[in-house]
Design a protein around this ligand. Structure first.
Ligand SMILES: *Cc1c(COP(=O)(O)O)cnc(C)c1O
Ligand SMILES: [Zn+2]
Length: 394
């Protein structure tokens, strides 16, 4: 399949003979343009995971490829016309697996023997897990002092971990130089192949809805990589004349760190880095200098979507509501999209007859417990339990 890199902003094209991620001309993130086919629409292909979309991905599937994608889609009980795309059911509990898989496959094709990432969250877990299955070394840079639960979930897969002391935010630029010097393939949030993998979420949503297009899509926003990918998936199908419109793309940022929301609410075209991050429980969506910020901002404007800033309190309420109504346990970052949905409905932006898909980006299991008002449960001796139950009103 023929493909090249292209810059959404200055439209410069780059040939496909090496792995690159930023435009030399304007510094913006690159993505892939290819002569993709969307022939699965007409096929009775049994395959339900990401390999289903091979003809629209710039990689060859070979070697040990874990099952990624093919996630559940269902109606929510929270509201009429609300649907959930449950990415928490991916191999390591988040959508990151889609992008990691395609990024690692491409690195193997380009003869790298080490992949790397900058993350202390879902991306690190996903890269560590998939690289071990796919047989390539993995290097992970994490900030010095992160919660031990996370280190355990990363280290179980035996990657090489380097703790970084000092301003972790500076590492993005440094990583590009380290990657070139040491021939290490960094699959960061804006890596063009990560975007390719993650665009398949939209292909699945469209198939899950029998080729109807939802009116609105909502997801949490950090670097802007995933939302760009989701937009790209819909946009490819639209350009191929397979769907009649692109849904509005709507995003939730944590109030404590919301540079893209700030630019949006002031009607600006460019995102300004913020220096002060307040404390928040939304660990997975804190990015004060988002690498794909300008790109997703432009795409959100184009679709007529919105960006909202969500408080920790609102995330916890929505997390609880989703657990009670739909039985899914997501992390607070992911619950921000539910909170955004409620606000958009209250504001009348989403009409009750319009359909909305919320992408549940990450599972709650791996988080440090945040129990608001933990009910104390009784401890009853085994010999007295029947007696105890007799007197109990349930
Ligand atoms: C990474 C992540 C996001 C944000 O994705 P970006 O591509 O950085 O915008 C949202 N939710 C969860 C659970 C994540 O792990
Ligand atoms: Zn450019």
């Amino acid at each position: 399949m023929d493909w090249k890199y292209s810059c959404y902003s200055c439209e410069k094209k780059y040939s496909n003979d090496k792995m690159i991620s930023r435009c030399e001309n304007c510094g913006e993130p690159l993505w892939v343009e290819g002569d993709f086919k969307y022939d699965w629409k007409y096929s009775n292909l049994k395959c339900r995971d990401i390999r289903r979309y091979s003809s629209a991905l710039p990689v060859k599937f070979s070697g040990n490829v874990p099952y990624v994608g093919g996630t559940p889609f269902r109606k929510s009980n929270i509201s009429k016309n609300l649907y959930l795309k449950d990415e928490t059911k991916n191999l390591t509990g988040s959508f990151k697996d889609r992008g990691s898989l395609i990024g690692i496959l491409k690195s193997i094709e380009f003869d790298y023997d080490t992949v790397a990432t900058l993350s202390h969250g879902n991306m690190a877990i996903s890269m560590a897990s998939l690289s071990s299955v796919m047989g390539i070394n993995c290097l992970i840079f994490i900030p010095y002092k992160i919660p031990v639960e996370r280190i355990y979930y990363i280290k179980i897969f035996d990657p090489k971990v380097i703790y970084v002391r000092g301003d972790y935010g500076k590492l993005y630029d440094i990583s590009i130089r380290i990657g070139e010097d040491k021939r290490i393939s960094f699959i960061n949030s804006d890596n063009p192949f990560r975007i390719e993998g993650q665009k398949t979420t939209s292909f699945e949503i469209i198939e899950n809805m029998d080729w109807r297009v939802p009116d609105h899509v909502i997801l949490p926003l950090s670097s802007g990589g995933n939302a760009s990918a989701v937009w790209k998936g819909f946009s490819e199908l639209y350009k191929a004349d397979l769907i009649e419109k692109i849904p509005t793309i709507n995003c939730a940022q944590p109030k404590a760190c919301s540079p893209i929301y700030n630019a949006f609410s002031e009607g600006k075209k460019r995102v300004t880095r913020i220096d002060k991050i307040e404390s928040t429980i939304a660990y997975s969506i804190i990015n004060n200098d988002p690498p794909s910020g300008n790109r997703i901002l432009r795409k959100i404007y184009e679709t007529g979507g919105r960006i909202l800033a969500i408080t920790d309190e609102e995330m916890l309420d929505s997390q609880k509501q989703l657990a009670l109504r739909d039985g899914v346990f997501v992390e607070p970052s992911s619950a921000s999209a539910i909170a955004a949905y409620k606000k958009l409905k209250e504001e009348g932006f989403i009409d009750k007859n319009e359909s909305t898909v919320i992408i549940l980006t990450g599972a709650g299991f791996k988080e440090k417990p945040i129990l608001k008002e933990m009910e104390i449960s009784p401890i009853v001796d085994i010999n007295k339990i029947e007696m105890y139950m007799k007197g109990l009103k349930i």
